[in-house]
Design a protein around this ligand. Structure first.
Ligand code: ADE
Length: 274
């Protein structure tokens, strides 16, 4: 996968040289290219922002440096990249970033990122780009960062680990929280390693039993309990077809039942509510 990132702080993206993403780059699985937005200014002060039309606090990023930078990225297309990248614009007013969106982006051969500082980028840049390439505005959460660079790091890391060959088999993402399939909308439960007893705390015995069916059952029960405690909003997304009779029994013990009229699982009134 090719990734181009246009930013006024290329140094903010140094972590892309480290660990999983750094290794994927070294192996040639990920081709990351950083572009300084200020390289595309034409004035002596290398200005990238200006005051907002209509007034208000803060500054808005000027369109000309962005269009020049993005035109340069598109012009550098190689045959294997496709005609244009999918442009990802991090913004708190974007579509929520989820594991599903990470999978969607991981399918694309070429991504470009336009992280903003200040109050954001002049809207016409996004509209102009959308005439030439797919554009997705993405929020990594309901909070406001000082700029989009950290969001880029988050999105690139989540996408990179889904690319074929980037994670070893031993670290497969099949069991991730939110992974599609049997673990959809379930949080992963606790994990343990050696020693079997530490500070008088033993590892749960079932994990030492060697009984794989029993261990899988225990892990799933833990995932149900964890999800109920941390993210009760996810319960309504669980699908009846994803549950077998053992699951239903485990859920009943946690106060969760299938509600036929609504077609959803829900916590019964006498359930374990906070
Ligand atoms: N830029 C500022 N805040 C952001 C957020 N929550 N998600 C993505 N980009 C952002």
């Amino acid at each position: 996968m090719r990734i181009d990132i246009v930013t006024i702080f290329p140094e903010y993206l140094e972590p892309l040289n480290v660990s999983l993403v750094g290794k994927a780059r070294a192996r040639g699985q990920l081709d990351v290219r950083l572009h300084g937005l200020r390289e595309h200014t034409t004035d002596v002060h290398r200005t990238v922002d200006d005051s907002p039309y209509g007034g208000g606090p803060g500054m808005v990023m000027k369109p000309e440096p962005w269009s020049a930078a993005l035109d340069g990225v598109v012009a550098s297309a190689r045959p294997e990249d496709g005609p244009a990248p999918t442009l990802v614009v991090p913004t708190p007013s974007g579509r929520p970033f989820t594991q599903e969106l990470a999978h969607e982006l991981a399918e694309r051969p070429w991504l470009a990122f336009a992280p903003a500082r200040y109050e954001g980028i002049d809207r016409r840049v996004i509209e102009d780009a959308a005439d030439r390439m797919p554009v997705v505005e993405v929020s990594i959460g309901d909070y406001v960062l000082a700029g989009g660079e950290v969001a880029v790091l988050v999105i690139v890391e989540a996408v990179a680990r889904l690319l074929p060959g980037v994670l070893g088999n031993a670290e497969s993402h099949q069991d991730d929280s939110f992974a599609p399939g049997r673990m959809a909308d379930l949080l992963e439960g606790p994990v343990y390693t050696k020693p079997a007893e530490w500070r008088a705390r033993p590892v749960p015995e079932v994990l030492l039993s060697g009984n794989h069916a029993k261990i899988a059952r225990w892990r799933r029960d833990q995932a149900f309990a964890r999800t109920l405690a941390m993210r009760p909003d996810l319960v309504a997304r669980w699908e009846r077809a994803a549950m077998d009779k053992h699951d239903l029994r485990a859920l009943a013990a946690l106060g969760v039942e299938w509600d036929e009229p609504s077609g959803r699982f829900r916590q019964s009134a006498d359930g374990v509510e906070e």
